[in-house]
Design a protein around this ligand. Structure first.
Ligand code: G3P
Length: 217
């Protein structure tokens, strides 16, 4: 399973990329706002930090303008994936941009039917939002499993990019259900390494080691 980092914070991306934990990056208008930076400039910098796809989102609402924005974003670097919303206009833009050879990430997916139609429009990635479904008492993880089944039933090559990941359990469940990619905030990715029994065990080892009076270096 690939790990994408869901942020426009270049320092956080650099830290994870140096550890081989950033197979790609996803951004959106809210994350660009949070970064306080110019979209073209920060996207160019991010694209230089990772080898894999860097999603940059269009903000137009009609297809022609989305296509024009998508071409401009894609021209930033070879590893840009143009992100379009899952609307009818977004699907039209997806079709055109993917036919031109650009990677396209179709975002704001909340149903199997939306995932199905995005795959038919040629999406490279589909981004179902787990946390936002959980927020309204629906089951985000169930959606990931259903999309996996539908894509496998028909051999769609669109990759399932599980988004709106809020907990480490979401990551484990995505891996079990077969999401191709998870995109998560840096703090969630770092938290994957933690376990209270690891901390407790290390404490005991350190205490016993101190009693030996030995040194390795
Ligand atoms: O990748 C989409 C993600 O940024 C949305 O996350 O937590 O705002 O629902 P959230």
């Amino acid at each position: 399973m690939k790990f994408f980092v869901d942020t426009a914070d270049v320092d956080a991306i650099r830290e994870l990329a140096d550890l081989g934990m950033a197979d790609g990056v996803t951004t959106n208008p809210s994350l660009i706002l949070k970064s306080g930076r110019d979209i073209l400039e920060v996207t160019r910098e991010i694209a230089g930090l990772v080898d894999g796809p860097v999603s940059a989102e269009v903000v137009a609402l009609d297809a022609d303008a989305m296509i024009a924005e998508g071409r401009k974003l894609a021209a930033i670097a070879d590893n840009i994936a143009v992100k379009v919303p899952l609307t009818w206009a977004g699907l039209k833009a997806c079709r055109v941009l993917s036919a031109e050879g650009h990677m396209v990430n179709v975002t704001l997916c909340f149903s199997v039917n939306q995932a199905l139609i995005a795959a038919k429009a040629g999406a490279t990635f589909i981004s179902p939002f787990i946390g936002r479904l959980d927020d309204i008492n629906l089951d985000g993880m169930e959606l990931i499993g259903e999309i996996r089944q539908v894509y496998d039933n028909y051999g769609f090559g669109t990759e399932i990019l599980a988004a709106s990941i809020r907990t480490v359990n979401h990551v484990a469940q995505c891996a079990l259900v077969g999401a191709d990619v998870i995109t998560a905030p840096p703090a969630i990715i770092k938290a994957l390494a933690t376990h209270p029994l690891t901390d407790k065990g290390l404490e005991v080892f350190m205490a016993d080691w101190a009693k030996t009076g030995q040194k390795i270096l």
